[in-house]
Design a protein around this ligand. Structure first.
Ligand code: GRF
Length: 207
């Protein structure tokens, strides 16, 4: 992985297979990319995301929620780990826990999430299934800042649409959305690292 002064230090929270993390790791390795993933934390010891981080030479940490009395204490431990490594942006990439207000405040304007729908449609779990069950003709992907709303509510940074096909299953639709996720997340991080995102009320202006 190329490292260098002046690159934005990025922390990633991931609970599962980590394909979005991989997209960020791959972007970090590209010449001229202005950000680098420096720490990946998972709440699941066997998350494939941790293996992906290690394979890329990036520090990978399992933090066990059971070691903490409540969600806030756990989240504040995450804040400490990221802060200790000089992380300037934290990215949720398939992170399956709801973040406490304390975490969101600690990283206000510096935390992103990726969600597999065109928010505000279909927030929460199984967004692709929700889109199919609703009969949506178009769905997609959203990268947004994390705020302290219920779930998937923060200011929208980037979106990309995906057409729903008549014969789509949850798997086939998820796969096409995922391809867009892998393109969009590194792009959002790049815009942030270049200082080109300005939040004005609920809107994110790209400079
Ligand atoms: C992605 O669809 C992401 O949008 C959602 O959870 C999934 C995580 O996939 N939040 P992966 O772990 O990045 O492969």
């Amino acid at each position: 992985m190329t490292s260098g002064p002046g690159r934005l230090r990025v922390g990633v929270l991931a609970s599962g297979r980590g394909s979005n993390l991989q997209a960020l790791l791959d972007a970090s390795a590209r010449p001229g990319y202005p950000a680098e993933v420096v720490l990946v934390i998972s709440d699941r010891e066997r998350a494939a995301a941790l293996d992906r981080a290690r394979a890329a030479g990036v520090e990978a940490l399992f933090v066990n929620p059971k070691d903490f009395g409540d969600r806030e204490a756990f989240d504040l431990a995450l804040v400490r780990e990221f802060t200790a490594r000089g992380v300037g942006l934290v990215c949720n990439a398939g992170y399956m826990r709801i973040l406490s207000v304390a975490y969101v405040r600690a990283f206000a304007g510096r935390a992103m999430n990726i969600h597999p729908s065109l928010l505000p449609a279909f927030p929460g779990l199984h967004a692709q299934r929700q889109a199919l069950e609703h009969g949506a003709k178009v769905t997609g992907v959203t990268v947004h800042f994390v705020d302290d709303g219920p779930v998937d509510t923060g200011p929208i940074i980037l979106q990309a649409s995906v057409l729903v096909q008549a014969d789509d299953t949850e798997d086939s639709l998820s796969a096409r959305i995922l391809a867009e996720e892998h393109r969009l997340y590194p792009e959002a991080v790049r815009l942030f690292a270049e200082g080109r995102l300005e939040v004005v009320g609920r809107r994110v202006i790209i400079r």
